[in-house]
Design a protein. Structure first.
Length: 255
């Protein structure tokens, strides 16, 4: 069921979104060569604690997962697309890192993701991340009253495909509100003019995922959570929680 949020609820979701934004900014600042993924998870935990927020990631177990998720961030490195579990792995020069984080505050959820390079970046990685960010921007610009979910999906996918990147099938954005994952699903490819009409009060997490090799194939790692590219190419993942309003899209996780 799709729930339209009141203006007061959207304001409350903004507060949750700002906690997520602060957590991601803190993780990005802490990320450096030699820092472990578990260290980054602890940075995010501290931001959540200070805000009086909880994590919708910690203990989350969807139907595909063999175990509950053990952390408050997803930390996906290089060929990992999404859902990477933080481990003792220490970041190396040139690693491409995607961090996904969520927060529950006051009964409402926020969800956002960033991608960046630690140390000296490869030009190809910078292009991949820049394209992911452009795809996210295009998706947000399409998130207006009168459009449909397919318009968002088409906007995101068009940017990704025009740049020659792969788009993993079956994964994308989603509705968000009291729970991190709500209806509707928001694919990263689609036909314009199709799908659920966008109305004031609908809140969506829009999240492009791109694979650098141009192929769409992926597989689950042995941990049952991490999704990796089949061809070993690098991946980028960015995300914002966005409210559709009569005044235009409102980014609730803006940093």
């Amino acid at each position: 069921m799709v729930e339209l949020k009141t203006d007061a609820s959207i304001d409350a979701m903004y507060e949750a979104g700002q906690v997520v934004g602060r957590a991601l900014s803190a993780v990005r600042k802490a990320a450096d060569v030699g820092v472990s993924l578990l260290d980054l998870d602890e940075v995010a935990r501290e931001v959540l604690r200070e805000a009086g927020a909880t994590s919708p990631f910690l203990g989350y177990r969807p139907s595909f997962a063999p175990t509950p998720f053990p952390a408050v961030i997803c930390a996906s490195v290089n060929d990992a697309i999404v859902h990477g579990i933080p481990t003792s792995y220490r970041l190396r020069d040139g690693d491409l890192v995607s961090i996904d984080c969520g927060a529950h505050l006051g009964g409402w959820a926020g969800d956002s993701a960033i991608s960046f390079v630690v140390g000296e970046p490869r030009p190809a990685d910078l292009r991949l991340i820049e394209t992911a960010e452009r795809a996210l921007k295009a998706g947000i610009e399409a998130a207006v009253v009168g459009n449909r979910v397919g318009d968002i999906a088409h906007a995101v996918g068009s940017v990704c495909r025009a740049a020659g990147y792969g788009v993993p099938d079956g994964f994308g954005g989603h509705g968000i509100g009291r729970h991190m994952h709500e209806d509707p699903s928001v694919p990263n490819e689609g036909r314009p003019g199709r799908g659920l009409p966008l109305r004031h009060g609908l809140v969506l997490a829009i999240e492009p995922m791109l694979t650098g090799g141009g192929k769409d194939g992926y597989h689950a790692a042995p941990d049952g959570w991490t999704l990796r590219t089949d061809d070993g190419s690098r991946a980028a993942h960015v995300e914002h929680t966005v409210a559709i309003t009569n005044a235009g899209p409102r980014v609730l996780t803006a940093r």
